[in-house]
Design a protein around this ligand. Structure first.
Ligand SMILES: [Zn+2]
Length: 245
């Protein structure tokens, strides 16, 4: 069982890695379910991911209420995290980002699909959540539980969802898994755009087959993820911790 201190360190590292790898900029966030209370989660105060320290991390109830904010301002979009932890007992970590290369796939008919083996974990079908469908003209932000639950419902059992004109949300079985998928969602989007440009549209692009997606995703475990994690830790200037299950 992962300890609280281990997860706080992991969360700081995850924020720094997401920033270093170009998944988040001054915005975007990553959370983890509380190890001692599955009805709570841990998420930084409102701060750019590359600046986050352990003392910035706040404990929240699933409805987004801080347990003890100590004067720290929370992220407006924290409801994404609570709604997914509420809907998905299998989810231990959530990443929300405005990853640049994925944005075009949320506003056009081009569907993002696994184009190379590292992209298999994004899933067969990446749905696009359009806040306008149920909420009309908004500031695009997920700023209450109703919007968060609507996003979680569209995401279903999947690992990823794009958000029209906004970004993406990714879930994982632990922090490293959610970060891994987030990094490769961004890379997949970039490569898919290149392939579509070369081929003159997605019709001429050979994507992974459904069977290949299942086989690759099925063997994406600690062996591969920790290899990436150690490298990303070094690039982000963070210590690599032994993994706690
Ligand atoms: Zn956002």
């Amino acid at each position: 069982m992962a300890t609280l201190n281990y997860l706080l360190e992991e969360l700081v590292t995850a924020n720094r890695i997401l920033a270093r790898e170009g998944v988040v900029d001054s915005f975007g966030h990553v959370s983890v379910r509380h190890p001692d209370n599955p009805q709570h989660y841990l998420l930084s105060r409102s701060r750019a991911p590359d600046r986050i320290e352990k003392d910035d991390i706040i404990e929240f109830t699933l409805d987004g209420t801080p347990v003890d904010a100590k004067g720290r301002a929370p992220y407006l979009e924290r409801f994404i995290h609570g709604a997914l932890f509420e809907a998905r007992p299998d989810v231990m970590s959530v990443v929300h980002n405005h990853s640049e290369s994925v944005i075009p796939f949320g506003v056009t008919a081009a569907k993002i699909k696994p184009i190379f083996h590292m992209g298999a974990s994004i899933g067969h079908d990446v749905p696009v959540w359009d806040s306008h469908d149920h909420f009309g003209d908004t500031a695009l932000l997920v700023e209450n539980m109703e919007m968060g639950r609507d996003l979680a419902k569209l995401m279903g059992k999947g690992a990823t969802a794009l958000m029209r004109g906004h970004g993406a949300t990714v879930v994982g079985r632990n922090i490293r898994h959610a970060v891994f998928i987030s990094v490769y969602l961004e890379v997949n989007a970039r490569l898919q755009k290149q392939a579509m440009d070369m081929a003159g549209g997605s019709q001429q692009v050979k994507f992974l087959t459904p069977g290949e997606v299942d086989k690759v995703a099925g063997r994406t475990g600690s062996y591969g993820i920790n290899r990436a994690w150690e490298n990303w830790c070094a690039r982000a200037g963070r210590p690599f911790q032994d993994e706690q299950a």
